[in-house]
Every structure is written in C-alpha cells, then in structure tokens.
Design a protein around this ligand. Structure first.
Ligand code: BGC
Length: 345
C-alpha cells in the first residue's frame, strides 16, 4: 500500500512510499484510508521541522485529519466492516501523567503525549491504517466524505467548550461572538456559534474568493476591519496573527472569554499597549484561554455539529482535492483554498 511520508523539516524528501500492509494487533480495527485533510500543522512539519519521527525510524506517515472505512473489526469492538471512522490524533504519554491517566490527554501535563502524523506516531495518510477502537470516532454515514472535517471540528468543539466552561465562572449571557480567520477552523467556529444562536461576526483579510460568501451563507457577518465588529462576548481566535490577538484583547465586551487556537509560529517582538490591555482585562473580568487538541467528548461534539450542519454549506469548505500521488500539492496555499483534502484511494 502507498502512503504520504515525510521527514520533518526536509520538504525535498516528501514522497509517496510503498509500505507493507499494516496488520491489526488483537483488538484493533483495520481501516481503508479514504481522505485526509491538510492543515497548517502539516506545513509546519514538512517545512519547519515541527513534530518528531517515531523512535528509530527515518520517515513518518503524515496527516492527522482522517476519514476511513473499517475493513475488519474484531467482535465486541463496537464497529463492523463498512463503518466510516475518523481517528483521534493524540495518545496519552506512556507514563502516564495524571491528566492522561484520566483520559484527558489534550491536557497532558508533561508534554510526552504522542500524536499520529505529528509526534512519534505514523499518521493517517496511508491507504490502510490500524487503530484501537477507543480512538476511532464513528462517522454518521449521511455525512460521508465530510467526515474528514471531524478532527478540525473536535478542536473547535473544545474551543467552544472552554469558552462556555470559563464563562460559567460568573454572570455570562453571551450574545455576540467574533471569530478571527475565515479558514476552515474559523468557518467551523462560526458554524458552532450560529448553532448556539449567537450573532456571529467573522474577521478576515480577504475581500474575494469563497470565504465572505461562506460566512454570509451561515447567517453570520463578514468583516475586514476589527473596528466594524461590535464588542464580542466570546472570541475564537484562529489566525495566530500576534498583533491581531493583542488588538482584540482591548475590544471585547465585559466578562468576555477569548479562546486562542491559532499558532503564531513567530519569534518577532511586537510593541503592544500592555498596560491598557492589562487594565481592560482586570476591570472587565475578561478571560483569555489557550486551547489545543481535543478530548473524546470533543470529537463526538464535533462530529454531531457537522451532522447537524447544512451539507451543501459544509461541502463548499472542501475547495480542492489532490490525489495521493500529488499529495505535496495539498500543502501549497492557493488563494481560494479553505480545506484541501488528499484522496487516498
Ligand atoms: C492538531 C492537534 C494537535 C496540534 C499540535 C493541530 O494541528 O489538530 O490535534 O494537538 O496540531 O500538535
């Protein structure tokens, strides 16, 4: 079988490799890979050397946003051949820390967790993969190929869960949400906000391409200028653009929660009005929360939110499809890209 393989930080070695067929260990599912989604983390792995090879290996199978069809499942696993599944990315650290031991690997304390396709484990960019049933998320058959959005939806589900958990620390009756960035994460975050009945505002730089229309089709408002956005009660920050992040913190409503899910990937210094931001944060009870990865519950919430969405809208998030043979093309940003997927079949 063929797989998309990489050496972190060596883009010239990104390749399609013939690998031996994987053999399911007792209790595991054997899955035919259908699609994987490409994201910024994959670019960081290939170009910047983010992530880590599995110990003793010289290449790793890339990609962590998956969709596959169960080829064989052991009796009692809860799955049968033909089921659509997405794989969970993170695994608890081997020790494990107290958070991982409680199945909260997304809150791993010691950073020794592993991640499929990112950190020390092969990813899902292969024509066949195996997985323990515990880490396989069942996809509603009606969702079909859109199930490849389950992993990014799980991250967005965690962001909204964090906003709501933190919000409950005191009086919190959110009405207005701001999502920064209209890429796939931002659009999914906007979807979740609309599903919660909030007035959702999405900020991005572009004025052309599919993003403004995708925002409006949701019933949300599209902005290119932060000054035109009403003070938000909840912010889901998906850009990682450092100056925007700090700009936001001065402009949120009282008792607001800002959840940061975008990475900056930059070490540049930035002049910020630190005192103004501090005073605003204190005097307005504002909270800022960093958020990565997702729990099993977040995967389920993500997959339920996708199943409840208008499939015609969701389908438009997948703007490009690349065959496995050309998978490195999936990491090249084209102006109108939202989510690019690789077809493993
Ligand atoms: C993935 C997360 C992962 C994070 C850091 C993201 O792209 O969606 O599952 O935890 O990268 O490795």
């Amino acid at each position: 079988m063929r797989a998309a393989t990489v050496v972190p930080g060596r883009p010239e070695l990104a390749d399609v490799t013939d690998l031996a067929e994987p053999v399911a260990a007792p209790g595991e599912l054997l899955v035919d890979g259908l699609l994987v989604g490409a994201c910024g983390t994959d670019v960081e792995i290939v170009k910047e050397g983010f992530g880590e090879l599995p110990p003793g290996r010289d290449r790793m199978v890339l990609f962590h946003e998956s969709l596959g069809r169960v080829r064989s499942a052991p009796a009692g696993s809860g799955f049968v051949a033909g089921d659509l599944v997405a794989g969970v990315v993170r695994r608890p650290d081997p020790e494990p820390c107290a958070a991982c031991a409680a199945d909260q690997w997304d809150f791993c304390r010691n950073g020794r967790y592993t991640e499929r396709g990112i950190k020390e484990l092969d990813g899902y960019g292969a024509q066949r993969w195996t997985i323990e049933p515990k880490y396989a998320i069942r996809i509603d058959p009606a969702l079909g190929e859109l199930g490849v959005l389950t992993e990014p939806a799980s991250t967005v589900a965690k962001a909204w869960e964090q906003a709501e958990l933190v919000g409950r620390r005191g009086y919190f009756a959110p009405r207005t949400a701001l999502v920064t960035g209209a890429g796939s994460m931002g659009l999914l975050a906007a979807l979740f906000g609309v599903q919660r009945g909030l007035a959702v505002h999405v900020l991005d730089r572009v004025s052309t391409g599919p993003k403004p229309d995708l925002v409006r089709m949701l019933g949300a408002s599209y902005h290119q200028d932060l000054d035109t956005v009403p003070e938000p009660d909840v912010v889901i920050e998906c850009t990682g653009a450092a100056s925007l992040v700090f700009d936001l913190l001065r402009r949120t409503a009282r008792n607001s929660v800002t959840v940061l899910i975008g990475l900056s990937g930059s070490t540049a210094n930035l002049p910020v009005p630190a005192g103004v931001i501090n005073d605003r944060t204190v005097l307005a009870n504002n909270a800022v929360v960093g958020c990565v990865n997702g729990s099993l519950a977040n995967y389920r919430q993500g997959s339920q939110a996708l199943a409840a969405a208008d499939p015609r809208w969701l389908r438009q998030l997948i703007t490009r499809r690349v065959p496995l043979a050309d998978w490195p093309d999936s990491l090249r940003r084209e102006p109108d890209d939202v989510k690019v997927v690789v077809d493993l079949t």
